[in-house]
Design a protein around this ligand. Structure first.
Ligand SMILES: C[S@@+](CC[C@H](N)C(=O)[O-])C[C@H]1O[C@@H](n2cnc3c(N)ncnc32)[C@H](O)[C@@H]1O
Length: 337
């Protein structure tokens, strides 16, 4: 038996909404109609904390024999793939993790899996993950622009998408520029550190996620060598109404002539080659947010200590890169360049 509110059918919707707003609706049971009346199941647990008569003075509470709703949950992509392709997952040929960038999904399936199966997995992802198009990583990120090759598997064959994170929006073309949604948390961390009088230099800005995350700063120089990234960056600056703050610069970071007190070096694979330039850019007392790849922090710390007088403010593992290798973040306060 379930405790129900018995109301005239014409009062039903109003009562249901009131009960829902006050967390008093028991969604595990169906609402039943008999004659002129509706029986609306009540959440007995929450009913203890509220006098229902205060909320709906004429309410009649009755017990009623109602069947539980059969809730059919759609299985997740991971559940389906784990069952169907256990062996391939264990062999490292198919990954259960995937990236969602805007309305596009990027899967990790090895070339060793035949094309028909790759497309089949793409179709499963298309059905089970809310998205418009599904791709797979066809290569690692490579070259100066740090872009990866992709293979279209299902849905729309379009690579431009609008991604949302940390309260800002970004146009990203996954075929032309680097972008990782897995860095959203790292950008949120930097965002909290930025103050109104900061001048930020984002040396490897891409489509601008770090630059835009620093929107509370006084000024932000956003540099990238990839013309497609700079075009999207300009679009993102407008989209987020930051034309008065962010200065996009299409250039090799080594050639720029700017200075700031907060320098972001988000080029983990090659950032070590740009430390001298970053030390030229940063004001004394400023901070360098250094990203690198390694198994521990020691190498990066030694590298900086050899070149300047500095102090590690914070260090953290951002994400895994390869077995026992990570993308590492180190914040250095530069005491003397
Ligand atoms: C790992 S991506 C990071 C992009 C962006 N910060 C993000 O989080 O999405 C590195 C970026 O550095 C750019 N890049 C590589 N070498 C560069 C250089 N010498 N000067 C300026 N930009 C460079 C690439 O085009 C790429 O967009």
């Amino acid at each position: 038996m379930v405790l129900c509110a018995k109301v005239y059918a014409k009062e039903g919707e109003k009562t249901r909404r009131l009960l829902l707003e006050n967390k008093l609706l028991n969604k595990n049971y169906k609402i039943v109609k008999e004659g002129d009346f509706l029986y609306i199941p009540l959440n007995e647990e929450n009913l203890k904390n509220i006098n229902l008569k205060d909320l709906i003075p004429n309410i009649e509470i009755v017990e009623k024999d109602i069947k539980k709703k059969e809730i059919k949950r759609k299985p997740s992509f991971r559940e389906v793939i784990s069952k169907r392709f256990r062996k391939e997952i264990d062999e490292g040929l198919i990954a259960l993790s995937y990236d969602v960038i805007g309305d596009l999904v990027i899967l990790q399936i090895s070339d060793e899996i035949d094309e028909k199966t790759r497309k089949e997995i793409g179709e499963i992802a298309y059905k089970l993950i809310p998205c418009k198009g599904v791709f797979r990583r066809k290569s690692e990120v490579k070259g100066e622009f740090r872009v990866r090759e992709l293979e279209h598997l299902a849905g729309e064959n379009r690579t431009l998408t609008l991604h949302k994170e940390n309260g800002y929006r970004l146009w990203v073309d996954i075929a032309k520029v680097y972008f990782s949604p897995r860095l959203g948390g790292e950008r949120a961390r930097i965002m909290k550190k930025v103050s109104l009088d900061d001048v930020v230099v984002d040396m490897f800005a891409g489509v601008g996620p770090f630059s835009i995350a620093c929107r509370n700063a006084k000024k932000i120089y956003a540099i990238d060598i990839n013309p497609d990234a700079i075009e999207l960056l300009k679009r993102n600056i407008k989209l987020n109404k930051l034309e008065h703050k962010i200065i996009p610069i299409l250039s090799d970071a080594k050639d720029v002539d700017v200075m700031g007190n907060r320098v972001i070096m988000n080029l983990p694979k090659y950032s070590h080659k740009f430390i001298d330039k970053a030390l030229e850019i940063v004001n004394e007392g400023g901070v360098i947010h250094y990203y690198t790849i390694g198994s521990d922090f020691d190498e990066a710390i030694k590298l900086f200590e050899k070149k300047c007088d500095c102090k590690v403010l914070e260090k953290r593992i951002v994400k895994s890169y390869a077995p026992r290798e990570y993308v590492l973040a180190l914040d250095f306060k530069i005491l003397k360049n």
